[in-house]
Design a protein around this ligand. Structure first.
Ligand SMILES: NC(=O)c1ccc[n+]([C@@H]2O[C@H](COP(=O)([O-])OP(=O)(O)OC[C@H]3O[C@@H](n4cnc5c(N)ncnc54)[C@H](OP(=O)(O)O)[C@@H]3O)[C@@H](O)[C@H]2O)c1
Length: 263
Protein backbone atom coordinates (compact mmCIF):
# COMPACT_ATOMS: atom_id res chain seq x y z
CA UNK A 1 0.00 0.00 0.00
CA UNK A 2 1.20 3.52 -0.85
CA UNK A 3 0.09 6.65 0.98
CA UNK A 4 0.37 10.16 -0.48
CA UNK A 5 0.21 13.20 1.78
CA UNK A 6 -0.75 16.27 -0.25
CA UNK A 7 0.39 19.35 1.71
CA UNK A 8 2.98 18.07 4.17
CA UNK A 9 3.07 21.15 6.43
CA UNK A 10 2.44 21.08 10.19
CA UNK A 11 -0.38 18.53 10.19
CA UNK A 12 0.62 16.63 7.04
CA UNK A 13 4.22 16.49 8.31
CA UNK A 14 3.04 15.24 11.73
CA UNK A 15 1.05 12.49 9.99
CA UNK A 16 4.08 11.57 7.85
CA UNK A 17 6.26 11.41 10.98
CA UNK A 18 3.68 9.26 12.77
CA UNK A 19 3.28 6.88 9.83
CA UNK A 20 7.04 6.58 9.32
CA UNK A 21 7.43 5.52 12.97
CA UNK A 22 4.55 3.03 12.73
CA UNK A 23 4.11 -0.43 11.22
CA UNK A 24 1.29 -0.03 8.66
CA UNK A 25 3.41 1.37 5.87
CA UNK A 26 7.15 1.52 5.21
CA UNK A 27 8.55 5.04 4.91
CA UNK A 28 9.52 4.21 1.30
CA UNK A 29 5.81 3.86 0.54
CA UNK A 30 4.95 7.34 1.82
CA UNK A 31 5.10 10.20 -0.66
CA UNK A 32 4.73 13.80 0.56
CA UNK A 33 4.05 16.92 -1.45
CA UNK A 34 4.30 20.63 -0.67
CA UNK A 35 4.56 23.88 -2.59
CA UNK A 36 8.16 24.60 -1.62
CA UNK A 37 11.38 22.58 -1.37
CA UNK A 38 11.98 24.07 2.11
CA UNK A 39 8.97 22.17 3.48
CA UNK A 40 9.97 18.98 1.67
CA UNK A 41 13.48 19.23 3.17
CA UNK A 42 11.89 19.20 6.65
CA UNK A 43 10.13 15.93 5.73
CA UNK A 44 13.40 14.41 4.53
CA UNK A 45 14.96 15.43 7.87
CA UNK A 46 12.23 13.48 9.70
CA UNK A 47 12.91 10.33 7.66
CA UNK A 48 15.09 10.28 4.53
CA UNK A 49 13.17 7.20 3.31
CA UNK A 50 9.99 9.23 2.67
CA UNK A 51 9.64 10.26 -1.00
CA UNK A 52 8.99 13.96 -1.61
CA UNK A 53 7.85 15.95 -4.62
CA UNK A 54 6.09 19.17 -5.60
CA UNK A 55 4.14 17.16 -8.19
CA UNK A 56 0.69 16.37 -6.75
CA UNK A 57 -0.42 14.49 -9.87
CA UNK A 58 2.47 12.03 -9.64
CA UNK A 59 1.85 11.47 -5.92
CA UNK A 60 -1.90 10.89 -6.40
CA UNK A 61 -1.38 8.53 -9.36
CA UNK A 62 0.94 6.32 -7.30
CA UNK A 63 -1.08 6.22 -4.09
CA UNK A 64 -3.80 3.89 -2.81
CA UNK A 65 -4.62 6.30 0.01
CA UNK A 66 -4.44 10.06 -0.56
CA UNK A 67 -4.33 12.21 2.58
CA UNK A 68 -5.25 15.83 1.81
CA UNK A 69 -3.66 18.23 4.31
CA UNK A 70 -3.63 21.63 2.61
CA UNK A 71 -5.42 24.62 4.14
CA UNK A 72 -9.22 24.42 3.77
CA UNK A 73 -9.44 27.40 1.42
CA UNK A 74 -6.92 25.78 -0.98
CA UNK A 75 -8.57 22.35 -1.02
CA UNK A 76 -10.93 22.75 -4.00
CA UNK A 77 -8.19 24.25 -6.18
CA UNK A 78 -5.60 21.64 -5.20
CA UNK A 79 -8.08 18.80 -5.90
CA UNK A 80 -8.98 20.28 -9.30
CA UNK A 81 -5.26 20.14 -10.16
CA UNK A 82 -5.14 16.34 -9.90
CA UNK A 83 -8.83 15.41 -10.36
CA UNK A 84 -8.38 13.84 -13.82
CA UNK A 85 -5.80 11.46 -12.37
CA UNK A 86 -7.87 10.46 -9.34
CA UNK A 87 -10.03 8.11 -11.40
CA UNK A 88 -10.52 5.26 -12.11
CA UNK A 89 -10.65 5.01 -8.42
CA UNK A 90 -10.39 2.34 -5.80
CA UNK A 91 -8.36 5.11 -4.21
CA UNK A 92 -9.29 6.28 -0.74
CA UNK A 93 -9.30 10.04 -0.11
CA UNK A 94 -8.86 11.36 3.42
CA UNK A 95 -9.18 15.08 4.16
CA UNK A 96 -7.90 16.49 7.44
CA UNK A 97 -9.12 20.00 6.62
CA UNK A 98 -11.32 21.64 9.22
CA UNK A 99 -14.76 22.56 7.91
CA UNK A 100 -14.62 20.73 4.55
CA UNK A 101 -17.60 18.35 4.38
CA UNK A 102 -17.68 14.88 2.85
CA UNK A 103 -20.21 16.18 0.27
CA UNK A 104 -17.79 18.91 -0.84
CA UNK A 105 -14.89 16.48 -0.96
CA UNK A 106 -16.72 13.89 -3.10
CA UNK A 107 -18.06 16.55 -5.46
CA UNK A 108 -14.67 18.22 -5.93
CA UNK A 109 -13.00 14.86 -6.62
CA UNK A 110 -15.68 13.59 -9.01
CA UNK A 111 -18.32 16.17 -9.98
CA UNK A 112 -20.01 13.62 -12.29
CA UNK A 113 -20.17 10.70 -9.81
CA UNK A 114 -19.64 11.98 -6.25
CA UNK A 115 -21.39 8.94 -4.78
CA UNK A 116 -18.61 6.72 -6.15
CA UNK A 117 -15.82 8.48 -4.28
CA UNK A 118 -14.62 6.73 -1.15
CA UNK A 119 -13.81 9.63 1.11
CA UNK A 120 -13.05 10.28 4.75
CA UNK A 121 -12.74 13.22 7.07
CA UNK A 122 -10.10 12.71 9.73
CA UNK A 123 -9.48 15.30 12.41
CA UNK A 124 -6.25 14.55 14.25
CA UNK A 125 -4.53 16.93 16.62
CA UNK A 126 -0.90 18.04 16.63
CA UNK A 127 0.09 15.26 19.06
CA UNK A 128 0.07 12.98 15.97
CA UNK A 129 3.83 13.72 15.69
CA UNK A 130 4.44 11.99 19.04
CA UNK A 131 1.91 9.24 18.31
CA UNK A 132 -0.55 10.61 20.87
CA UNK A 133 -3.26 12.18 18.70
CA UNK A 134 -6.96 11.95 19.47
CA UNK A 135 -8.40 11.57 15.95
CA UNK A 136 -12.03 11.61 14.80
CA UNK A 137 -13.00 9.87 11.55
CA UNK A 138 -16.18 9.99 9.45
CA UNK A 139 -16.71 8.51 5.98
CA UNK A 140 -18.80 8.55 2.80
CA UNK A 141 -19.14 5.62 0.38
CA UNK A 142 -16.69 3.48 2.35
CA UNK A 143 -17.12 -0.20 3.16
CA UNK A 144 -16.14 -1.84 6.47
CA UNK A 145 -12.70 -2.84 5.17
CA UNK A 146 -11.89 0.70 4.04
CA UNK A 147 -13.07 2.12 7.38
CA UNK A 148 -10.84 -0.44 9.17
CA UNK A 149 -7.84 0.56 7.01
CA UNK A 150 -8.20 4.30 7.65
CA UNK A 151 -8.85 3.68 11.35
CA UNK A 152 -5.68 1.54 11.48
CA UNK A 153 -3.66 4.28 9.76
CA UNK A 154 -4.70 6.90 12.32
CA UNK A 155 -4.46 4.42 15.24
CA UNK A 156 -0.71 4.44 14.46
CA UNK A 157 -0.75 8.05 15.65
CA UNK A 158 -2.67 7.56 18.89
CA UNK A 159 -6.36 6.91 19.51
CA UNK A 160 -9.10 7.02 16.85
CA UNK A 161 -12.86 7.38 17.22
CA UNK A 162 -15.21 6.68 14.27
CA UNK A 163 -18.20 9.05 14.43
CA UNK A 164 -21.10 10.37 12.37
CA UNK A 165 -20.03 13.43 10.38
CA UNK A 166 -22.36 15.68 12.45
CA UNK A 167 -20.07 15.10 15.47
CA UNK A 168 -16.86 16.21 13.73
CA UNK A 169 -17.16 19.89 14.82
CA UNK A 170 -17.70 18.84 18.44
CA UNK A 171 -14.74 16.46 18.20
CA UNK A 172 -12.62 19.26 16.77
CA UNK A 173 -13.52 21.53 19.70
CA UNK A 174 -12.82 18.85 22.30
CA UNK A 175 -9.58 17.38 20.90
CA UNK A 176 -7.98 19.77 18.36
CA UNK A 177 -8.84 23.03 20.13
CA UNK A 178 -8.70 21.04 23.36
CA UNK A 179 -4.98 20.51 23.07
CA UNK A 180 -4.57 24.32 23.25
CA UNK A 181 -6.84 24.44 26.32
CA UNK A 182 -4.71 21.79 28.04
CA UNK A 183 -1.59 23.80 27.12
CA UNK A 184 -3.13 26.92 28.67
CA UNK A 185 -3.75 25.02 31.94
CA UNK A 186 -0.11 23.92 31.84
CA UNK A 187 1.02 27.50 31.32
CA UNK A 188 -1.23 28.83 34.09
CA UNK A 189 -0.13 26.19 36.60
CA UNK A 190 3.53 26.78 35.67
CA UNK A 191 3.17 30.50 36.35
CA UNK A 192 1.60 29.68 39.71
CA UNK A 193 4.47 27.29 40.36
CA UNK A 194 7.00 30.10 39.87
CA UNK A 195 5.05 32.34 42.26
CA UNK A 196 5.17 29.66 44.96
CA UNK A 197 8.91 29.05 44.65
CA UNK A 198 10.10 27.05 41.61
CA UNK A 199 12.30 28.21 38.75
CA UNK A 200 10.26 28.51 35.47
CA UNK A 201 11.79 25.42 33.81
CA UNK A 202 11.30 23.39 37.01
CA UNK A 203 7.68 24.54 37.34
CA UNK A 204 6.91 23.58 33.74
CA UNK A 205 8.44 20.14 34.05
CA UNK A 206 6.52 19.52 37.28
CA UNK A 207 3.21 20.54 35.68
CA UNK A 208 3.85 18.61 32.44
CA UNK A 209 4.50 15.39 34.38
CA UNK A 210 1.55 16.04 36.68
CA UNK A 211 -0.84 16.43 33.72
CA UNK A 212 0.65 13.39 31.95
CA UNK A 213 0.28 11.38 35.18
CA UNK A 214 -3.35 12.46 35.62
CA UNK A 215 -4.27 11.39 32.05
CA UNK A 216 -2.34 8.12 32.35
CA UNK A 217 -4.04 7.25 35.67
CA UNK A 218 -7.47 7.66 34.08
CA UNK A 219 -6.53 5.83 30.88
CA UNK A 220 -4.95 2.93 32.79
CA UNK A 221 -7.69 2.48 35.40
CA UNK A 222 -10.71 3.63 33.39
CA UNK A 223 -11.82 5.61 36.44
CA UNK A 224 -13.79 8.86 36.67
CA UNK A 225 -11.82 12.07 37.41
CA UNK A 226 -13.90 12.68 40.55
CA UNK A 227 -12.89 9.26 41.97
CA UNK A 228 -9.23 10.19 41.55
CA UNK A 229 -9.92 13.62 43.09
CA UNK A 230 -11.60 11.95 46.10
CA UNK A 231 -8.40 9.95 46.65
CA UNK A 232 -6.34 13.12 47.10
CA UNK A 233 -8.79 15.35 48.95
CA UNK A 234 -8.60 14.96 52.72
CA UNK A 235 -11.51 16.44 54.66
CA UNK A 236 -10.53 19.99 55.57
CA UNK A 237 -7.26 19.56 53.64
CA UNK A 238 -5.38 21.79 51.25
CA UNK A 239 -6.37 20.13 47.93
CA UNK A 240 -10.11 20.70 48.40
CA UNK A 241 -9.42 24.30 49.44
CA UNK A 242 -7.49 24.85 46.19
CA UNK A 243 -10.11 23.13 44.05
CA UNK A 244 -13.00 25.03 45.58
CA UNK A 245 -11.18 28.34 45.14
CA UNK A 246 -10.74 27.52 41.42
CA UNK A 247 -14.44 26.66 41.13
CA UNK A 248 -15.44 29.92 42.88
CA UNK A 249 -13.50 31.61 40.07
CA UNK A 250 -15.53 29.66 37.49
CA UNK A 251 -13.05 26.97 36.39
CA UNK A 252 -15.55 24.29 35.15
CA UNK A 253 -17.89 26.87 33.70
CA UNK A 254 -15.04 28.63 31.86
CA UNK A 255 -13.91 25.34 30.26
CA UNK A 256 -17.45 24.45 29.12
CA UNK A 257 -18.08 27.96 27.78
CA UNK A 258 -14.76 27.89 25.91
CA UNK A 259 -15.61 24.54 24.29
CA UNK A 260 -19.05 25.75 23.23
CA UNK A 261 -17.53 28.92 21.76
CA UNK A 262 -15.46 26.73 19.40
CA UNK A 263 -18.55 25.26 17.71
N1 LIG B 1 -2.70 22.14 12.82
C1 LIG B 1 -3.67 21.47 13.44
O1 LIG B 1 -3.76 21.30 14.66
C2 LIG B 1 -4.74 20.83 12.59
C3 LIG B 1 -5.62 19.94 13.21
C4 LIG B 1 -6.57 19.31 12.45
C5 LIG B 1 -6.66 19.61 11.09
N2 LIG B 1 -5.81 20.52 10.51
C6 LIG B 1 -5.95 20.80 9.07
O2 LIG B 1 -4.73 20.49 8.43
C7 LIG B 1 -4.62 21.28 7.24
C8 LIG B 1 -3.25 21.88 7.17
O3 LIG B 1 -3.04 22.74 8.27
P1 LIG B 1 -1.56 23.05 8.74
O4 LIG B 1 -1.68 23.72 10.04
O5 LIG B 1 -0.75 21.80 8.66
O6 LIG B 1 -1.08 24.08 7.58
P2 LIG B 1 0.37 24.27 6.94
O7 LIG B 1 1.43 24.01 7.95
O8 LIG B 1 0.35 25.58 6.23
O9 LIG B 1 0.47 23.10 5.86
C9 LIG B 1 -0.16 23.15 4.62
C10 LIG B 1 0.82 22.69 3.58
O10 LIG B 1 0.18 22.70 2.32
C11 LIG B 1 1.19 22.93 1.35
N3 LIG B 1 0.59 23.38 0.11
C12 LIG B 1 0.04 24.58 -0.21
N4 LIG B 1 -0.37 24.58 -1.49
C13 LIG B 1 -0.07 23.36 -1.99
C14 LIG B 1 -0.24 22.75 -3.26
N5 LIG B 1 -0.82 23.39 -4.29
N6 LIG B 1 0.19 21.48 -3.43
C15 LIG B 1 0.78 20.78 -2.40
N7 LIG B 1 0.97 21.32 -1.17
C16 LIG B 1 0.55 22.59 -0.97
C17 LIG B 1 2.08 23.98 1.97
O11 LIG B 1 3.36 23.89 1.37
P3 LIG B 1 4.52 24.97 1.68
O12 LIG B 1 4.88 24.77 3.12
O13 LIG B 1 5.63 24.55 0.77
O14 LIG B 1 3.94 26.30 1.39
C18 LIG B 1 2.05 23.59 3.44
O15 LIG B 1 3.20 22.85 3.78
C19 LIG B 1 -5.71 22.34 7.31
O16 LIG B 1 -6.73 22.03 6.38
C20 LIG B 1 -6.22 22.27 8.73
O17 LIG B 1 -7.60 22.54 8.81
C21 LIG B 1 -4.84 21.11 11.23
Amino acid sequence: MKIAIIGAGNMGGAIAAGLAKGKIVKSGNIICTARTQKTLDKIKAIDPGIAVTTDNIMAVKEADVVILAVKPWLMENVISGFREHAAPSGKIFVSVAAGITLDQLCTWISPACPSEVCSFRAIPNTAASVLASMTFIASANADAEQIRLVTDIFDEMGCTMYVEERLIPAGTALASCGIAFAMRYIRAASEGGVEIGFRPEEARKIVEYTVKGAAELLLANGGHPEEEIDKVTTAGGITIKGLNEMEHEGFTSAVIKGLKACL
